[in-house]
Ligand binder design. Structure first.
Ligand SMILES: C[S@@+](CC[C@H](N)C(=O)[O-])C[C@H]1O[C@@H](n2cnc3c(N)ncnc32)[C@H](O)[C@@H]1O
Length: 272
């Protein structure tokens, strides 16, 4: 029994931490949730359809469990490079790479060590939001450095709405998110995302907004399928501490649903 438990709980990143302390995304991964981004698969597909993958070099920041990596690889890139700061994530995604010029490296997205101008497209989902605005900018600048001129950076993150949301409400939402997901999540309004992108050397080409419904039944079924959803519910019900955490996260998302968004943004690298 003990070895079964170990087998089940060591296959996802963050498994070494207790359910009370682990970051919300790894907690959800531990119960079988695969899609860990605010705008769900619909936003991922919207982005993938716009970055021109076949025959190109694609760098993915923070592939996590490798769900989007699989979709990128299925679209036949010339080269795929994943960059994740979590060693277990690197192992997980490396295991799904097909033969070819593909790799996953353990590095921070702000200092990848990859060659300047090596990428036609960079994609990053659910990773900028968890950093300070200064770190967000560093990561976006690294994306700009990696891209050839005219290359695109596809971003999938958490947004705030409306654009003139008061600083007090933003602060309240950020604190509630940090308390429940145990990550210092700092979502931004669309103009705030655009301003950072501009500072990093990008022009916004297109944006997509949807609800932040990560834990809404309809979105979970759309992202995970019916069987996957049943499995997730069963796992949550079996683990009381996980159940408490998931319900607390869901409460925060529901309380602030009018102000939270899943956002997809296509950025084009401007010439130097
Ligand atoms: C919420 S998960 C998202 C995973 C995946 N992109 C998805 O949407 O399902 C966050 C991921 O970002 C990675 N990460 C966070 N900050 C990072 C950074 N500065 N550089 C590289 N990876 C980072 C974490 O290790 C984790 O795999």
């Amino acid at each position: 029994m003990a070895s079964q438990t170990r087998a089940r709980t060591t296959t996802f990143p963050g498994a070494h931490r207790s359910a009370a302390k682990t970051a919300g995304h790894w907690l959800l991964a531990s119960v079988g949730k695969k899609v860990l981004r605010p705008g769900g698969r619909e936003t991922t597909h919207w982005l993938l359809d716009r970055i021109g993958i076949p025959g190109r070099t694609v760098v993915e920041f923070a592939p996590g469990l490798g769900i989007t990596a699989r979709e990128i690889l299925a679209r036949d890139p010339r080269r795929y490079v994943g960059v994740d700061s979590d060693a277990q994530a690197v192992k997980t995604v490396s295991a799904i790479l097909p033969a070819g010029d593909h790799q996953v490296i353990e590095a921070s997205a702000e200092h990848t060590g990859l060659t300047a101008g090596c990428a036609d497209a960079v994609l990053g989902e659910a990773m900028l939001t968890m950093h300070t605005d200064r770190r967000k900018l560093e990561i976006m600048r690294e994306a700009a450095r990696l891209l050839r001129p005219g290359g695109v950076y596809a971003v999938h993150e958490m947004g705030l709405t409306p654009d003139d949301l008061s600083p007090e409400t933003k602060d309240e939402i950020r604190k509630a998110l940090a308390r429940s997901i145990r990550v210092n999540a700092r979502p931004l309004t669309i103009p705030e995302w655009v301003a950072l992108a501009d500072e990093a050397g990008f022009q916004v080409t297109d944006t997509y907004c949807t609800s932040m419904s990560l834990l809404d039944p309809r979105r979970v079924i759309a992202d995970e399928g019916v069987l996957g959803t049943v499995r997730i519910i069963g796992n949550v019900l079996r683990r009381p501490e996980v159940r408490r955490r998931v319900l607390a996260m869901r409460r925060v998302f529901t309380t602030h649903r009018d102000h939270l968004l899943g956002v997809g943004i296509i950025l084009t690298r401007t010439a130097d």
